[in-house]
Ligand binder design. Structure first.
Ligand code: ZN
Length: 394
């Protein structure tokens, strides 16, 4: 048996609605809490190519919080199997040999449970190396689950043990600390975001949001693309500081976005009736790194005609799509990451970027309420990433 946090039911929507703006522990300790700390069976290795992994550190992602607080679209309910152990940002240690990787190897996880892991014939996307676009995430010998951390069979990072397929494993170089290695998965997503942004040479970019997603996107855009001005929208002092350290040219408060982008890009600013301002002109690329209605609306409204808008945060419903139509915007999603190369680049960033102190809170599993509360308020508290420390839970 192992200790694990288990998500065992969806948070009813009416409770989620009441919880907006409220205190998180209240939701999680109440009778409707969707998550609990349990002793449960260790997940088993079902087939060839699978091995057990003992997590060392496992991050808390915005998408985890969305699922726990009932803020995720019901669209995803068909892509998970319950009860599952959350946690997909994992650095851990192999318990078994896994093909070429010997037991004891430190690994980070590519959480996507694609055709290779499921033992089915590869879909078109997997055959192209685009495993994040896999069409078979609900079939094969593994229960439905778009990723480890949303699948009933595999376990997840917020538990004492998980099982993973060789296709999901990347060996961690010896010199890289656990505190940096646990950032490799979110950094690999940022690398993918930077690639999807297709920034023109010297192009201007707006990154809306300076949580982990926005900050890491800023870092990847600066390191891997020919972006010129990168403007980052940040609410809190520590976020502003880090945005600059990660390559932002300038940092804006949310309410100054239209005015500042207008000045920087010589755009026209218009104020419609009973609606937010927008620009004619604007940045070449807008990146929504929050996923809220406000953040997406703002991003759409300050991106130039023919520009590109990248949905990097899990999107909320309800943004006005008028600018997409009128400005002929190209709106693209970016989900997880694509290919070994993105992980290679993420390992390089993890080793070289100024990431000391980015994992700002580490909690044993039994302090899960504090951990989730900290993650929920991370921006305000000056923390980028909160993680569970599984070493103390063994
Ligand atoms: Zn596939």
């Amino acid at each position: 048996m192992m200790l694990a946090l288990e998500m065992y039911r969806s948070l009813p929507r009416y409770i989620a609605a009441r919880a907006v703006g409220g205190r998180v522990p209240g939701i999680l300790t109440g009778p409707a809490a969707p998550v609990r700390l349990v002793n449960r069976e260790e997940p088993r290795t079902a087939a060839a190519g699978w091995a057990r992994v003992k997590p060392i550190l496992s991050g808390i992602c915005g998408s985890d919080l969305g699922a726990l607080f009932g803020q995720t679209s019901m669209y995803f309910s068909a892509l998970v199997s319950m009860p599952f152990v959350p946690g997909h940002e994992v650095v851990g240690e192999l318990v078994d040999d896994c093909e070429d990787l010997p037991a004891g190897t430190r690994v980070v996880l590519d959480p996507v449970l694609s055709c290779a892991a499921r033992g089915v014939e590869r879909c078109q996307s997997c055959a192209n190396g685009q495993t994040n676009r896999c069409d078979r995430v609900t079939v094969g010998h593994v229960s439905p689950g778009l990723q480890t951390g949303y699948c009933a069979d595999t376990g997840g990072g917020w538990g004492g043990q998980l099982v993973a397929h060789r296709s999901q494993l990347h060996a961690v170089p010896d010199g890289l600390s656990d505190e940096r290695a646990v950032l490799v998965e979110p950094l690999s997503c940022a690398v993918h975001t930077a690639m999807r942004a297709q920034v023109p040479d010297g192009g201007s970019v707006l990154v809306s949001g300076a949580g982990a997603v926005g900050l890491f996107a800023t870092l990847a855009l600066r390191e891997l693309t020919p972006a010129g001005r990168i403007s980052v929208v940040a609410k809190h002092p520590r976020q502003r500081e880090l945005a600059r350290a990660f390559g932002a040219t300038d940092v804006l408060a949310p309410d100054e976005v239209p005015a500042r982008v207008r000045r920087a890009t010589q755009a026209f600013r218009l104020t419609p009736e009973r609606s937010g301002e927008f620009l004619l002109g604007g940045v070449d690329v807008g990146i929504d790194a929050v996923g809220s209605k406000d953040s997406l609306s703002t991003t759409l409204r300050v991106t130039r005609a023919g520009g590109r808008v990248v949905l990097s945060g899990m999107p909320a419903a309800g943004a006005d799509l008028s600018p997409v139509w009128f400005r002929e915007l190209e709106v693209v999603g970016t989900y997880a990451t694509q290919g070994r190369e993105a992980f290679t680049r993420a390992f390089d960033l993890a080793a070289s970027a100024p990431l000391d102190g980015v994992v700002g809170g580490r909690y044993p599993l039994y302090r899960w309420r504090e951990a989730l509360d900290h993650a929920h308020s991370a921006g305000r508290l000056g923390t980028v990433k909160v993680a569970f420390d599984l070493r103390s839970s063994r």
